[in-house]
Ligand binder design. Sequence first.
Ligand code: GLN
Length: 264
Amino acid sequence: MRKIKICHLYPDAMNLYGDVGNIIAIKKRCEWRGFECEIIDVKVGDRVNFNDVDIIFMGGGQDRGQMTVAKDLVKKGKQIREAVESDMAVLTICGGYQLFGKYFKTTEGEEIPGIGIFDAFTEASNQRMIGNVLVDCRRTTSHWSNMHKFSLLEKMHASLVGFENHSGKTILGPAAYPLGHVIKGYGNDGKGTLEGCQYRNAFGTYLHGSLLPKNPWFADHLIILGLRHRYGSDFELPELNDDIEIMAHNAARDRVYTARVDHI
Ligand code: GLN
C-alpha cells in the first residue's frame, strides 16, 4: 500500500487551537484514497531521520512553548534545511511558522532562535491580532508546478479561510514569498496585506482553525507533494467528493466577505 510519513514536531508543546486537526485531515484524505499515512510524533530530545519523512508539521504555541522547543529545533535545523532542499513538504502554523523563520523576539526582548527555512523574522508586539481571516492565493499559487489538475482550487476561489491569534509580527525578507494576500484579517505584520510564507515546498501561516479541513485544496497539495517526494514527480492523486468541504469553505469565506473590514 502506498504511504506517506508525517513528522509531527512537538505535539505536546505546540498544539494551539486544535492544530492537530491538520494531521487528522491529511491522514483521512490519504485513507479515503487507500493510501497509508504514518504519523511520527517527535518530542524534545527525540532523534529523527528526516530523509525518511515526506511532510513535517508543527503547530502553534504560546511564547513559553516556543522557548521549550526552540533549542531542540535548532539542533534538528541542519537536517530539516537539507530535507527542505530535497523538496520534503512542510506545514507550520503560527508559533511553529515563527520558529521556521530566523527568530522570534518576545515582548521581554528575548530572541528565540529559529531555523531559517523562511527568510523572515518575528517580533512580539503589544497588539493581539485575533479574528477570522480570508486569504487570496490566486497569485501565489500560480507558480506551483505540483498543483492539482482538477478544479478543487477553483471551486474554493483559491482562497484560504482560518482564524488567527498572535502578537508576533512577521516581516518577510527579500527572498521570502507570501502564501497569500489578505482579504480580511491582520496577516503577517498586522497591516492586513500579506499572509504566511512559502519556500520550495515549505509553508508557514498564521491560520489556525484548524486550517486544512476547511481548505482541502491545500491539504491535497501537501499530500501530493508528500507522495511525489516518496514515489516520484508523476504520481497522481485520485479525486474525492468534497461537496461538504466546499460548502463549509465557501460559507466561511462568504461570512468573512460580508463582514466589515474593521481594522484597516
Ligand atoms: N506566541 C506566538 C505569538 O503570540 C505564537 C502564538 C500562536 O502560535 N498562536 O505570536
